[in-house]
Every structure is written in C-alpha cells, then in structure tokens.
Write a protein that binds this ligand. Sequence first.
Ligand code: DON
Length: 316
Amino acid sequence: MRQALRELHERHAGDRGGAPADYIPELAKGDPDRFGLAIATAGGELFQAGDALAEFTIQSVSKAFAFCIAIEVIGRAAVLGRVGVEPSGDAFNAIVFDPRTNRPFNPMVNAGAITIAGLLHERFGDAAFPLLLDRMSQAAGQRLAVDEAVYRSELETGHRNRAIGHLLRNCGAITGPVDAILDIYFRQCAILVSAIDLAWMGATLAHIGEHPGTGRQVFDLGAVRDTLAVMFTCGMYDYSGGWAFNVGIPAKSGVGGGIVGVVNRQLGIGTFSPRLDAQGNSVRGIRVFEDLASDFGLHAFECLNQGSVFVTSLLR
Ligand code: DON
C-alpha cells in the first residue's frame, strides 16, 4: 500500500490541470502544486505519500460530518423534514430548492449544509460550532483548529451563501438568525485538516463510527449508514453520478482541494491537491481515486470488494 501510494503520487504529480478556487480570496494564496495522499485502515494502520501533512481548509468535506452529527443529535426525522437526500444535478452553490418540497435537495450542497447549521443552531445556539469541531477532531484523532484568515475571508465575501441563507429563512428551512447560522457554516468550512486527518476521519466512518486508532466511538452507527449513502449519491456535486459509476466509493470533496473517501469496513482515503475542475472537485484527487479503485478493486459493487463481511461471517 505504501509503495502503491508513492507510485500514484509520482504518476500524477506532473498533472497541472485545473485551478485553485479563488472566489474565497484567501484560498487563492496557497501553493497550487501541493499534493498529499493518505490511507488509514479499519485496523488502525496509516500509509502516506507526498504532502500528506500539509494543512488546508476542509471546506465542503465538513458537510458530510456535520450531517452525520446532526442525524444523531437532532434526530433523523427532524433533519429529513428540513433537507432532502436527492442528488441535485446542480452546482454546489446553486440557488435552487427541490420544487416538490421547497427544501434543499441534499445536505452536501451549500443550501443543505446551511440548513444543517440552522438545525444545530436551533438546538445548541452558540455551542453548535464547538460541538462540530469537537466531533470532527475526535474523528481525526487530534485537536483540529480553524484557519481564521480563510474564515474571515469567506465571512466578508460570501454574499451568495448569505443570499441562500435568507432564502432558507424565508421558506422556513431555517428559523434562527441568518448571520449566526452562516457563522457556524463558514467556521466549519475553515477547519484545517491534512490528507492524513481526512484519511482517519474516513476510516472512522469506515469503521462504523469508531476511530480505529483511538478506539473511541465518535459517531452513531445509524448516522454513519445515512451519511455514507448521501456521500455515495451526492458527495461530488454534479459529478456524483459519474463518480459512483467510475470510482464507486462514498466520498466528499471540498474547494480547499481535499477529498475524503470511505471503503466500507475497510479504508479511509484522504487526498489533497488544490487544483479543481469546473465542478469544484480536485483534478488530481479524482485521478488518484480512479486508480486506487481500479488497482485495488475498491468500487462498492466490484466483485473483489467484500464490503461488509458481517452477514457472510454469520453464514459461515
Ligand atoms: O460555501 C462555500 O462556497 C465554501 N465554503 C465551500 C464550498 C465547497 O467546498 C464546495 N466544494 N467543492
């Protein structure tokens, strides 16, 4: 695995396709050529290559974890009453709601994630963000911090998200003060992680909510299942269908250049490369996942992938 990661890093290091996000001014400042890979196993092993320790902001990858936490602490029915689980087929920042429900399509697009922040604010007020940071830190196996410059940069320039917040307030998907809810959302997007952090966070989901290194139960079992299902169908925005077809690994991307992938019961995969394609997904990240899935048979429906061995072990 160590050698495979090194080879993958070498194979794709020269790819300069795509460009870092610059609509959040502070994001454009990092070195666009950083490239880190990490895999953590459900057995607690870690493999890495390249800039696996380089830090970047988690951005939309946080949406998967915020959803997981909300399902547990708010309750499934209450969450699903405010946000759907249908792929939108639209860009992550689209100002469009599901016409049948007048609610955001799913919690992986901005409108849905702001709704999740709204639900957490309703229940926990100012304690909502510390709760998110705490749980995500437990999933990473170390204390995570916020990049204050990126947070402020988005706070000052995120007018589109602000518009989405007010529309959500207007249609009742959120009920609290829009500014306080956006503050939670902008902060959660500015949490600093490395490819290694993402690999452990993915491995915690893969290991049905228990961090394989610390042994701590971080997420509720049922919430993990719901989260992986939404990651599988909606995690890569308007490339989600192509991703499920070509890669077949529940995943979530962010405009900071990170992607987290989860091979159920087996692996957490974290990649970092800031150059993005038109959909806002990391170009080299996609290539690495495609190669990993085909080289190791990781697609969820690949005949070599055993996935959950629980039922077959019972039948033995
Ligand atoms: O709300 C935004 O635009 C960013 N904070 C997060 C967007 C994002 O990461 C979309 N990812 N591909």
